[in-house]
Design a protein around this ligand. Structure first.
Ligand code: FE2
Ligand code: FE2
Length: 163
């Protein structure tokens, strides 16, 4: 594997681990503020990000490279309200898409076909991830009173699963 591909994949590996870490922080904020449905949803996302991270480490290993587990930045833990939390999820997913696109750009540049194919599913999945983030933000914004937010909280896992 070309060193620039290895570097990019390792960076994205860490990025996915960081996303798992950051979703855990969103889940804690939600649980602390009694949005248990959102907490459940973000905990699920955290697990999904760990699965993505594992895809990167497995791929690196398959290609005979050592995955590098580096330090993770502390995630954001303070939010004004649920809208800010939903916005943060969108910011994270867009950053994640950018990281995966960057891996792909480099894989194209050095004609690493296997890495390009490996990234295809992840690129498609990011479209879904950004879509549910946008839906979630819309729904939170539409819930303009406490009662509506609590109803949304009860149904959020189901609603976004049907996205
Ligand atoms: Fe991911
Ligand atoms: Fe994600």
């Amino acid at each position: 594997m070309k060193p620039e591909v290895k570097t990019a994949l390792n960076e994205q590996y860490l990025h996915e681990l960081g996303a798992a870490h950051a979703y855990r922080a969103l889940a804690c904020w939600c649980a602390f503020n009694s949005y248990n449905g959102f907490a459940e949803f973000f905990n699920k996302q955290s697990e999904e990000e760990l699965e993505h991270a594992e895809m990167f480490s497995d791929y690196l290993l398959d290609r005979g490279e050592m995955p590098e587990v580096g330090a993770l930045p502390a995630p954001r833990t303070e939010f004004q309200n649920l809208t800010a939390v939903a916005e943060q999820a969108g910011i994270m997913e867009r950053a994640n898409s950018k990281g995966i696109d960057e891996c792909y750009r480099i894989a194209l540049e050095v004609a690493d076909y296997a890495t390009q194919v490996f990234l295809h599913d992840l690129i498609s999945e990011q479209v879904e991830e950004e879509a549910w983030c946008a839906t979630m933000l819309d729904k939170v914004k539409q819930a303009t009173c406490a009662g509506a937010l609590l109803t949304l909280d009860r149904h959020i896992v189901k609603e976004l699963a049907e996205e």
